[in-house]
Ligand binder design. Structure first.
Ligand code: NAD
Ligand code: UGA
Length: 469
């Protein structure tokens, strides 16, 4: 029976594996942690002496990497070796939506979970705790356990006294605040039946997290709680976004509505910012996964309820392009448009499912010339996201500064709420724009005072035009 964990291996050095293991290493100097990945470039970047090359940008992460890397935190491509040495293994691999076959477009693609479970089954030695950290459909633990246990059948494994315990320990960090979320989580959820294994994992977290924040449930409640938490958060965003459209036509102000409803403690003030729709790698995929599960169990009404949250999100993104087109006299052909922000939210370089992707593609289809600036997303990443778009009309290029992007443009579209966009000197930049000049603020970060003494026209999410006069 494992009582205390000495060696951890994390499979998957991505947005969850990297920061999560860094924070565990920082708080548990006696535990040796190795993060493994098949992606050699990613591992090289994690090992780079130039901290600006870390594959993931998260405020505060570089300091922890300096403190721990090479002491009790390691990054390696030697997956098999580190599986065999570990007494606890986190599965932190990607679980995107299936793109083909049964359940395509909704169900999670579990091929990375299955292949890492098979690697663990084959290479683990002795007693090993296997922890699902990836977000997965309910009952995936059974699949993992079946794969692991089937490896015990052979004689070699019996000689090595192989034994596995499977736990679910979903991650609730948000990108951009990952370090803060991991250092000071609102809760840690551990699902599983095996008392000893749960206790061993609890002991790790107890190094820095108060006991009352560590909650235990059965495996299935733990898996379903993760999907449900994301679905509820996303649902709040779709709800406020739907109301933002109503505010624009009625003369209400979505920020005032947000304040008024958020002060009701039964509703609460968080996750009520209207915007260009939620992005990120998880909300959409996790809701679609929930939709698939509900459909699988014949709960058609429940499935269609949650599907609407995703539909409203897509509608919100399309709505923004339509408004831009309408304000610019119904044509964007050859018009220079400054795009400020490409990441799916501020303080991250992650562009997965960013609203910027669909908005840019729609603007390109209208023939616009986009000049895209983002403080942390590089040209290659934007190329990766937009290259699948075949448009024989519009063009795009990368700008290295806000001002380069804005100069000679017809309009500016703010898509990400980066801090530096909040302090733009609009008086100066408006002089460099073509007239009539427009600013489309999809995040509601500009105030009326910022625009005094400019001749800019502004459209902002959730505010009727009249509110700017
Ligand atoms: P990611 O794509 O950034 O990282 C996953 C990594 O796993 C990749 O680098 C990939 O190369 C590696 N990998 C896949 N199969 C492997 C194998 N067999 N052996 C070694 N390496 C392998 O994904 P992510 O954003 O870190 O998300 C991981 C999981 O965590 C997902 O299930 C996601 O839903 C969940 N999650 C993500 C977040 C987030 O903010 N990104 C938050 C909470 C939960
Ligand atoms: C989200 C959850 O917040 C995490 O708890 C969860 O662990 C994670 O998904 C996951 O499972 O991947 P994340 O996607 O990183 O985290 O970031 P959020 O802060 O939740 O933002 C998601 C999207 O919603 C962003 O595009 C953001 O701009 C948007 N958003 C958020 C709004 O439009 N309005 C809001 O009020 C809040």
């Amino acid at each position: 029976m494992i009582q205390r964990v000495h060696k951890i291996t994390c499979i998957g050095a991505g947005y969850v594996g990297g920061p999560t293991m860094a924070v565990i290493a920082d708080n548990c100097p006696d535990i040796r942690i190795t993060v493994v990945d098949l992606n050699t470039k990613r591992i090289d970047d994690w090992n780079s002496n130039d901290l600006s090359k870390l594959p993931i940008y998260e405020p505060g992460l570089d300091e922890i990497i300096i403190n721990c890397r090479g002491k009790n935190l390691f990054f390696s491509t030697e997956v098999e070796k580190h599986i065999s040495e570990a007494d606890l293994i986190f599965l932190c691999v990607n679980t995107p939506v299936k793109t083909q076959g049964i359940g395509a477009g909704e169900a999670s693609d579990l091929k990375w979970i299955e292949s890492s479970a098979r690697q663990v089954a084959f290479h683990a030695r002795g007693e090993t705790i296997v922890v699902e950290k990836s977000t997965i459909p309910v009952k995936t633990a059974v699949t993992i356990k079946t794969i692991l246990d089937s490896s015990i059948e052979n004689l070699d494994s019996k000689k090595q006294n192989k034994k596995f315990h499977v736990l679910s320990n979903p991650e609730f960090l948000a990108e951009g605040t990952a370090v803060e979320d991991l250092q000071n989580p609102e809760r840690v959820l551990i699902g599983g039946e095996d008392e000893g294994a749960s206790e061993a994992l609890t002991l790790i977290y107890k190094n820095w997290i108060p006991d009352n924040k560590i909650i235990r449930t059965n495996l299935w409640s733990s898996e379903l709680s993760k999907l449900t938490a994301n679905a509820f958060l996303a649902q709040r965003i779709s709800s406020i976004n739907s109301i933002s459209a109503l505010c624009e036509v009625t003369g209400a102000n979505v920020n005032e509505v947000k304040k008024a409803i958020g002060m009701d403690s039964r509703i609460g003030s968080k996750f009520l910012n209207a915007g260009p729709g939620f992005g990120g790698s998880c909300f959409k995929k996790d809701i679609l996964n929930l939709v698939y599960l509900c459909g699988y169990y014949g709960l058609i009404e429940v499935a269609s309820y949650w599907r609407k949250v995703v539909e409203i999100n897509e509608w919100q993104q399309k709505r923004i392009t339509k408004i831009i087109l309408e304000k610019l006299f119904g044509t964007l052909t050859n018009k220079k448009i400054s795009i400020l922000g490409f990441s799916f939210k501020s303080d991250t370089n992650d562009t997965r499912e960013s609203p910027a992707i669909s908005i840019c593609k729609d603007l390109l289809s209208e023939g616009a010339n986009l000049h895209i600036y983002d403080p942390k997303v590089n040209l290659q990443q934007i190329e990766f996201e937009l290259n699948s778009h075949k448009s024989d009309s519009g063009t795009w290029c990368y700008s290295s500064s806000i001002y380069e992007s804005i100069e000679d443009s017809h309009c500016v579209v703010i898509i990400t709420e980066w801090q530096e966009f909040k302090s733009i000197n609009w008086e100066n930049v408006s002089k460099k724009m073509l007239k009539p000049s427009w600013v489309f603020d999809t995040r509601g970060i500009i105030s009326i005072n910022d625009l005094k003494s400019t001749c800019l026209n502004i459209w902002t999410i959730g505010k009727g035009d009249d509110l700017w006069k």
